[in-house]
Unconditional design. Sequence first.
Length: 254
Amino acid sequence: MPDKSTLRLNGPGTFTSGNAFQAGATGLHAGKASENADDFADAISVVKQCSGKDETKFSLTCVHLTPKWVEACDGYQAARYKLKIKVEKSTLVRKESIKHIVQLDMTKFSETKTWIHFRNSSGLILSCRRWIEDFPKLSKLLNVEGTPTKFPKGLIEAVEKAEIFSAEDAEDNQVTINLKPNKLRIIGRGASGYYQEIKDIKYKGPSLSFRVSAELFADLIRHHNSCEIASDRLKVSTGKYSYVTVLQTMEKEE
């Protein structure tokens, strides 16, 4: 077991140390420590799954931390989780860096000029490079008024079965959701095969389709059993957080 002062985590601009939170010979961890919100890890767990992978669109590969919420968007889907964070100013952190705090139970953080530092109760510190750059304004995208629609019963179980195959691609563990009048079809594909299941749903609109992280979709359904479907977007709002995805017209069934 490596000493926590030398432990390293893979990811752009990410490392950990066991140094005192506000100390260190280089002053790297200097700064006033603040408590993380109780649901901060939950918030990161949700929104990070909407961050993109296109390196030419840097801000979309990040999680956006603001005093009022955390959010992420890949250009096709977006999530915003409302909570208060005592950050001095809005900050971008690469998803591949900040995703590690979910498992590490970080309870405090501090800021320096180019880093944001997280610490857990055992003294382990995760430091993530921060960027002060523009991030797309998501409020208009998240403002969806559509037809209220209840998800069908047993959909979580269907997602879990589909994920058996979609999880074979750990970097793109997504399921496909196809909507057509009165029917919802979920499909999970992997290298070894695929799973699909059709559910009855009270939906009267055109045939539409979207892809979503299997883990995120199961979490959304678990906390909220309905959504709003507009002509071009689907929204799920749980009170604390909102998720929106762009809908594609489905020319024909897969």
